[in-house]
Design a protein around this ligand. Structure first.
Ligand code: SF4
Length: 299
């Protein structure tokens, strides 16, 4: 395949994949919503979960996005240094978003800051947003596609805790965010927590944590224990589906961390809503692809 044919092939695939992500929730989210529905006992909560399931079925049947807010497109890329289209990837993903905006269709969600106009294309300065991890000695490219809606973006917060605040400070920060701003997103929520050294490292990790599958755990057993404790704590708030009360507020809590300066703990929270639209696709060097988040789908 020529270089241009590879570019065309990947652009076609990513355009269709973005449209799919806007329409169909990943398998782990669908399974978790079904699990929480089965555990809820109140009529109101189970009715809301049933409505969510019907919404999903209708989005597929009618071939349209499952939520009106299709968000700002964000791509988390793990690109091998030998992947043939590394240099063209930004243009490919930008073109794919533009095409999906027309074909899916996607809501126009890119407003040029300070100039205050909507580009009408979901393309603007820094949008779609690309976050890069470079992988040596690999010819593959993995792409997590995420739709950052307005409501689920609103609870986002990061700060550096004062020396001595410790893990109690992390816990208080997360619970303060969830009890004050959590309802701006539509529960049940997936909560991403970044624990690192500064605001930007913690903030990036808190969003990256939302790319991890529901039910997965931090490889550090203390961090994994904190994930469970936070999940139990936030569930006890009793937000329930759509914040209308229920036994469960969250689909899970994912913590990602780095080492840190001995006197600081940077902490951040990012939230995914029940309509947690993320997809994971892997390209090989010939532009063959594998989708890991959505079984049995055709692009
Ligand atoms: S929070 Fe999520 S489900 Fe609610 S309106 Fe925003 S994108 Fe849609």
């Amino acid at each position: 395949m020529s270089n241009q044919a590879q570019i065309d092939s990947m652009t076609d695939t990513m355009s269709a994949f973005v449209a799919l992500v806007g329409k169909k929730l990943p398998d782990d989210v669908e399974a978790k919503l079904a699990e929480l529905r089965a555990k809820e006992t109140s009529r109101l909560a189970t009715t809301i979960y049933d409505t969510m399931a019907e919404n999903q079925a209708l989005a597929m049947k009618l071939n349209r996005p499952c939520c009106q807010d299709t968000g700002v497109l964000q791509f988390w890329i793990k690109c091998g240094t030998q992947f043939p289209l590394m240099a063209q990837l930004e243009q490919i993903l930008t073109d794919a978003v533009l095409r999906a905006t027309v074909n899916a269709p996607l809501r126009h969600n890119s407003v040029e800051t300070f100039d205050e106009y909507n580009t009408g294309k979901n393309i603007g300065k820094g949008t779609p947003t690309l976050f890069w991890d470079i992988v040596p000695d690999s010819d593959q490219c993995e792409i997590y596609t995420y739709m950052a809606g307005g409501g689920c973006t609103l609870p986002g917060k990061a700060m550096v805790l004062m020396p001595g605040a410790g893990y109690e400070g992390v816990t208080q920060f997360v619970l303060d965010v969830m009890t004050s701003y959590g309802l701006n997103a539509c529960p049940p929520l997936l909560v991403g927590v970044g624990v690192a050294t500064s605001v930007e490292t913690a903030a990036l990790l808190s969003k990256k944590a939302l790319m991890r599958p529901i039910g997965s755990h931090n490889s550090n057993e203390r961090a994994a224990k904190m994930e469970q404790l936070l999940e139990d704590g936030i569930n006890s708030i009793g937000l329930g589906p759509q914040g209308m009360s229920g036994a469960f507020s969250v689909m899970g809590v994912n913590i990602e961390n780095t080492a840190r300066h001995p006197s600081t703990i940077g902490v951040a929270v990012n939230v995914g809503c029940w309509s947690h639209r993320r997809g994971h696709i892997i390209f090989d060097k010939d532009m063959n692809y594998t989708i890991t988040t959505h079984a049995e789908v055709q692009l």
